[in-house]
Write a protein that binds this ligand. Sequence first.
Ligand SMILES: [Zn+2]
Length: 160
Amino acid sequence: MLLRSVLWAKPPLRACLTRCRHCGIFFLTHPRNAGRHDLRCPFGCREAHRKQASAQRSAAYYGDAQGKRIKSKLNERRARQYCAPEPPSDRPRPPGRRRRRARWNPLLIEYVRMVASLIEGRRVSRGQVLRMLARKLRQHTMSRRRQIDQTVAWLNKEPP
Ligand SMILES: [Zn+2]
């Protein structure tokens, strides 16, 4: 396991090892949270919990009759805002590039960024993480393509 070899190489990071209280997966946490065992992993549990908590808060707040009136007023306002025409954007983004970037989960990027910073003992930026991931993905795609090419070549040589 990658995490284990990292911990072996960097013993001080062992204090940062914790386990998700929801799904039980091991992950590294920021040194300021070292020793805590009530955390949720950044692989989905944290986000899910936040959404649930905010839904509960919202339900509690809008629970009584007066709250319901406030909410319907808010919804009305929101609906009106939705109908308003969008302001023209003077900087259109190329759609292909945007889709490529949106594929990474921001929480995961932040996790990789934090772990990389801890391992390297310096601040690693989000941009560096994104470039590293793009490079890895490219390598992966390339080796995959080589494999397929080899299989095709082999099939041509020795048809089944
Ligand atoms: Zn989890």
